[in-house]
Design a protein around this ligand. Structure first.
Ligand SMILES: [Zn+2]
Length: 88
């Protein structure tokens, strides 16, 4: 991601550096909405599994950001479900 100097534009460059992919999308800085591309096509097929993992990680991040106490609830639930003895 890099900003264009003097313009209301955010640029997102493809993360695939191993293929030296030059694809860039431009977003409007204010609204983060799609604006344009640099008309460079990706020089590699989409990585579906990696993409899915990134999306899931983003969802987890978003949910934890919105509800940080969820971590504690998950931990408490796991411990409760484990039916630990007093000694344990
Ligand atoms: Zn690419």
């Amino acid at each position: 991601m890099f900003k264009s100097e003097g313009k209301n534009i955010l640029n997102f460059r493809c993360q695939r550096r191993d293929t030296k992919c030059g694809a860039v999308v431009h977003l409007t800085l204010d609204t983060h909405s799609f604006s344009d591309t640099n008309d460079v096509n990706h020089n590699h097929p989409p990585d579906k599994f990696n993409m899915k993992q990134k999306i899931l990680n983003q969802i987890i991040d978003d949910r934890l950001a919105a509800e940080p106490t969820a971590i504690l609830r998950v931990i408490e639930r796991v411990y409760a479900e484990a039916n630990l003895t007093d000694e344990e």
